[in-house]
Design a protein around this ligand. Structure first.
Ligand code: S3P
Length: 434
């Protein structure tokens, strides 16, 4: 499937984008190992989160739905999962695989984890290392990549682990293994990363301490089922925050968006660039802050992206690069080497696409320098990465000519219905079979 987008257009209206991917994954995992029935609304029915649902069904958990975002998980308790008959296929989902490694390291059965070509090329040493220190037994394929074979019946011990990089996936993996370990497991972060695991564990009645960049919990407790309201995903909203900023005369409201402080780098960065973004009706749902976000078009200026915002906007850089290309002057990003090991090498993939559209850029080992300019048209390769595809669809709003974005099937991993929703808001996007 590919997108063809005609140049121009403006964004207007009010919309709720699909549910948060990070929170959706965690709601299934924690609901499954809780006692009682966890009811979730606003669940993301995207392929990544659905792969997590399928994995827990395969381990004996009854799950009703999802139906229009509602899902009910019949928790089996910390020790109630059963051996799956086949390897668990997590599809494209790094979050699914890395968090499951932690959760499955403490089980009494063996399990194999696999995924699609992109996931099987992503580094897993970052979770294998701390889990091995805890006493887990994990075999990987060459280069510490999936498929992974996790051997059960290991006695896990707690550790104090200093994260080598700001990664919520690794932090969460260690904390989930910590549930099955004797003693207190602690993770020290080099800087804040998304804290949905900590918040949700507390929502399930599990005590988690966070202070001075160290998060810790005591193993061997239990989780009590609860209700979860998944906010709209700020990472999906980000495409429209940029779209309405760069398309003249736009005025858009995105409703019920999660604005967890560990996720709002995209808003902070766009505001530093001059964006006109207002948070309305701030409230808290199930331990997560949410707001309606109004965004109107505004002239943007290039900036040096503050290093403390990098981890808080890590998934939003593809579309932030589109904003940078539409800004006056130069934007510089450094300290973002993690972008090279996402669903694609996002620095390389974005630099290639920006160059195709006539935007001057310089690739750095850990970032990029982008000179604001004018988009021409062209054909864009996505390297099967959902966020690269959606970012370049948004670029068409300011392009001189048509943009074709190849290989867009992966958009369904995080944002099913992106094309029709974007069309409804004013993007001139068509979907074609390729
Ligand atoms: C996620 C953490 C981030 C992010 C990913 C989702 C999570 O990855 O890029 O899309 O849900 O914990 P890292 O932990 O690798 O930074």
């Amino acid at each position: 499937m590919q997108f063809k987008i005609l140049p121009g257009g403006l964004l207007s209206g009010e919309v709720r984008v699909p549910g948060d991917k990070s929170i959706s994954h965690r709601s299934i995992m924690l609901g499954a190992i809780a006692e009682g029935i966890t009811r979730v609304e606003g669940f993301l029915e995207g392929e990544d989160a659905l792969a997590t649902v399928a994995a827990f069904r395969a381990m004996g958990v009854d799950i009703d739905g999802p139906e229009r975002g509602n899902i009910a998980i019949h928790g089996v308790g910390l020790y109630g999962l059963t051996a799956p008959a086949e390897p668990l296929d997590l599809g494209n989902a790094g979050t699914g695989m890395r968090l499951l490694c932690g959760l499955l390291a403490g089980q009494t059965f063996d399990v194999e984890l696999t995924g699609d070509a992109s996931l099987c090329s992503r580094p897993m040493g970052r979770v294998i290392d701390p889990l091995t220190m805890m006493g887990a037994s994990i075999q990987s394929s060459e280069g510490l990549r999936p498929p992974l074979a996790i051997r059960g019946r290991q006695n896990l011990r707690s550790i104090y682990y200093e994260l080598p990089m700001a990664s919520a996936q690794v932090k969460s993996c260690v904390l989930l293994a910590g549930l099955y370990s004797k003693g207190r497991t602690s993770v020290m972060e080099p800087g804040p990363s998304r804290d949905h695991t900590e918040r949700m564990l507390r929502g399930f009645g599990y005590s988690v301490q966070s202070a001075g960049g160290v998060i810790s919990l005591q193993g061997g407790g239990s989780l009590k089922a609860c209700d979860i309201d998944v906010p709209a995903d700020i990472s999906s909203a980000a495409f429209f925050l940029v779209a309405a900023s760069i398309a003249p005369d736009s005025d858009l409201i995105l409703t019920h968006v999660g604005i967890n402080p560990t996720r709002i780098g995209v808003i902070n960065i766009l505001q530093l660039m001059g964006a006109n973004i207002t948070l309305l009706n701030r409230r808290e749902v199930g331990g997560e802050p949410v707001a309606d976000i109004r965004v109107c078009s505004a002239p943007l200026s290039g900036i040096e992206i503050p290093s403390d915002q990098v981890a808080l906007a890590i998934d939003e850089f593809p579309v932030l690069f589109i904003a940078a290309a539409c800004a006056a002057g130069r934007t510089v990003l450094r300290g973002a080497e993690e972008l090279r090991v996402k669903e694609s090498d996002r620095i390389a993939a974005m630099a290639e696409g920006l160059s195709t559209l006539g935007i001057t850029n310089e690739v750095l080992e850990d970032g990029i320098i982008i000179e604001g300019g004018t988009f021409g048209g062209g054909v864009i390769k996505t390297y099967h990465d959902h966020r690269i595809a959606m970012a370049f669809a948004i670029a068409a709003l300011r392009a001189a000519d048509e943009i074709t974005v190849l290989d867009c099937d992966h958009v369904a991993t995080s944002f099913p219905g992106f094309d029709s929703l974007a069309r409804g808001l004013g993007l001139q996007i068509q979907t074609e079979e390729s």
